[in-house]
Every structure is written in C-alpha cells, then in structure tokens.
Design a protein around this ligand. Structure first.
Ligand SMILES: [Zn+2]
Length: 420
C-alpha cells in the first residue's frame, strides 16, 4: 500500500444496485493506495447460487454496503456506464473510534476494496475526510477507508475481554452484528436471540446456545450458501449433494400424530433452558416462540459470537423410532479441510459424543453409534463446538414426560462436555 501523495486520485468502481435491481457501475475517486478494477456487470449482484453479493434489500455487510447505494440511481441504468461520481468527502481533522467488533479497514471507499486490517471496538483513528457512507482515516500512516457507520467521535466503552466468549455479555436480546464473521452470508436476521444468565452460586460462566430447530416463517423460500467458500455440499440430505445453496431454514417435519416438529423443538428448548440455568449455565435461546426471523447461518453466527457451544434440537423424518443421534462431520477430506470446519470438527464431535452419552445415561434409545455423517449449514459455519442433535423421529414419544427425560440427558451431556 502506497502513501497517497495528493493529486493522483485514482478512480475505482464500486458496485451498487439500483432500485429496479439493475446494476450500475459507479466510479469512486479513491484517495487510497489501490487501483481498482472495473467490475463487469455479470459479476455484480445476486448470483444464481445465492452467493454473497448484496442486493438492495439484502443483508448488510461489515462495511455497510448500503452506504454506496444513494449515489447512482436510475439515470445510470446502462450497466457499463462508468461515471466519475466520487462520494463527496468533507474535510475533517478529528479523532474517531471504532464502534463495532472486527470492522474492516479498506484501501478504498468501496465494499469490494481490499481489506487492510480489521480493527476492534474502541480503536482510535484520525479522520481526515467524511461522507455519509465512507470516512477517510489514517491507519499506520496510510490513507484508508472505514464505513462511516462504524465510527464515532465519542469514545465507546471498552468491550469486555470475555465478550467474544459470551460469558459476561449482558442478559437480554442479542441481534446479529453485521460485522461478525460470516454474518453477511445470512439472509434472514431481523430476529433476536435472548441471553439468560444463571443466578446463584453454581455459575459455570459458560453459555450454551439452545437452538430450537425450524420456526422461521418464510425461511424455506430463501436460499443461503451451503459453505462459506462456495463449494458444494458433500452429502445428501434435505439438500442434495452437489448443491451450493440450501433453504435458509426449512419448515421441519410433522410427527405421525400431526404435531409440527418446530412445536416440539420449541418445547424441548424451553425445558432444556430451565435445566441448564438451574445447573449454572447461561443460555442463549435462539427461538422462544413459533417464529424467529433468524436463518441457520444467523443462528450459527450468534452462537459463534455469544456462546461456548451450540446445540440445535431436531427430530428426524424417519418413521422407525430409531432413536437419538447427532449429525457428525462427514469424513471427506475436502470438507474436513475447509475452514471453519477444519479447525472445529473434532470439538463438534466431542460435544455430540457427550450429549449422546448423557442421553444414553438416562435411558434414551440411541441410534446406531449415536451419529450420522451430514454436511449441514450449521456445521459449515460453526466456530464453537456445535451439533445438530436428532432426539428421535416422527413416531417417537414427544410427551412432556419424554421431553423432560431428554432434557436431563442433554444437560448431563453438557456438563460432561465442559468437565472434560
Ligand atoms: Zn429438524
């Protein structure tokens, strides 16, 4: 990265989507150190496989891509128009602070500009230019850009050291922070999870994310990317092997008696929450009613950032009363070699094995050796120990008494996991 001299402003392209969904190319005058490549229209926008290009109504990325939107609109509908419309920057000379976690510092004022580094909340920077979308700052004596929404002139409170582990996060509603890793792969994320803190003298200072499977209305008509790197799914299941996108949240199965799986997973989650709190664990509840607008990626990223492990509760769609098992990480080199799976798959198995041991210990029927290999969106984005556990199937007893037993087994498994 070169120090900016002055008059040699370079032009660059930032991608924007006009209201009608058509693409325009906007040239941004960058004071930065990188020469931009023009973006070809075919590479802009929502790609067929639902990869992570942003749409106007889409998910906000870590730099607040929306900031670029108002600049170019319908008068520039020809996709190949390159226009010298830089974001107007007001000169500033002030100290600003990063006001979110892991905020991107970029070489240019565009969401596709190269990321120089990520800065933590509270980092101090000198700002020399400001627009509503982008701010020009000095980072290590170099001119760089940060989305203006992640800067504040008021010094923010220090993020507590343990916040990333969740243990000391404040109880209450927690939404998806768009700056969190993988957050921008999520398509449905307006809902909130709720963190409950254990009270009493037996606090474990561990947060268990309890994720009642399914229960996102509209979730099956939206698709998200199966793997963060865009590679196809390696096993079949509700989404076929080879697919690169899957439904954001499926609606789940129906028990033989007509009860929706999502109703039972919710009842199970509430029982497990109470048992875990009583045992001193804090609990991050993903869903507490019939609907939460959080897709599987949002749920996973919330758990990654605010919990120490993630347990998604499900019942399988078979009709053989085959027993409980967890979805293990497929023994396929490409999958186990892909991050974040590569760094975490063994801890997913450790959690799953402990949960199965806990269930077995209270007499729950276990399927086979307690696991079945499955390439899941949840697993593909998890950076904390994380499993999808299937507590039975369509013909399993899901009475309150049975759920209570299952809750005891799961809570035992959680205790064993953290004791090991
Ligand atoms: Zn399910």
């Amino acid at each position: 990265m070169r120090r900016m001299t002055n008059k040699t402003l370079r032009t660059g392209a930032a991608k924007v989507l006009a209201a009608a969904g058509l693409m325009v190319i906007m040239a941004a005058v960058s004071g930065g150190c990188q020469k931009y490549e023009k973006i070809e229209p075919s590479t802009v926008g929502e790609s067929a496989d639902g990869s992570r290009e942003k749409t106007q109504e889409g998910v906000q990325g870590a730099d607040g891509e929306e900031g670029a939107q108002p600049v170019a609109q319908s008068s520039e509908m020809k996709a190949d128009v390159t226009k010298e419309t830089a974001p107007e920057m007001e000169a500033r000379d002030e100290v600003v602070y990063i006001n979110a976690s892991d905020v991107n510092v970029r070489k240019g004022p565009a969401s596709n500009a190269e990321v120089v580094t990520k800065l933590a909340r509270g980092t101090e920077l000198k700002r020399t230019g400001y627009s509503q979308s982008w701010s020009k700052v000095f980072y290590k004596d170099q001119v760089c850009y940060v989305s203006s929404q992640y800067l504040t002139t008021a010094k923010p409170a220090q993020e507590t050291a343990a916040a990333s582990g969740g243990a000391v996060a404040q109880a209450g509603e927690i939404g998806l922070d768009p700056s969190w890793k993988y957050a921008d792969y999520s398509k449905i994320n307006s809902g909130k999870a709720v963190l409950y803190k254990a009270e009493g003298t037996n606090r474990k200072n561990k947060v268990v994310c309890v994720n009642a499977g399914h229960g996102t209305s509209g979730g099956s008509s939206v698709k998200t990317q199966c793997h963060p790197d865009g590679t196809p799914k390696v096993t079949g299941g509700s989404t076929a092997a080879g697919a690169t996108t899957a439904v954001a949240v499926s609606s789940g199965m129906e028990f033989a008696d007509g009860t929706a799986e999502a109703k039972v997973t919710l009842a199970m989650a509430k029982i497990l929450k109470d048992k875990l709190l009583a045992r001193g664990f804090d609990v991050l509840m993903i869903r507490e009613s019939d609907d939460v607008q959080l897709d599987n990626i949002a749920r996973t990223v919330l758990a990654n950032n605010r919990a120490d492990c993630h347990i998604a509760l499900h019942w399988d769609s078979s009709t053989s009363d085959k027993g409980a098992f967890y979805m293990s990480v497929p023994n396929i080199a490409s999958y186990r070699g892909m991050e974040p799976v590569a760094s975490h798959w063994q801890e997913h198995h450790a959690l799953g094995d402990n949960l199965i041991a806990g269930l077995r210990g209270v007499g729950v029927k276990i399927f086979s050796d307690g696991k079945m290999e499955m390439d899941l969106t949840q697993t593909s984005y998890s950076t904390v120990p994380s499993v999808d556990i299937e507590l039975g199937d369509k013909v399993s007893d899901h009475s309150a008494a049975s759920l209570d037993v299952l809750g005891n087994g799961l809570a035992d498994g959680v205790e064993m996991f953290f004791a090991n």
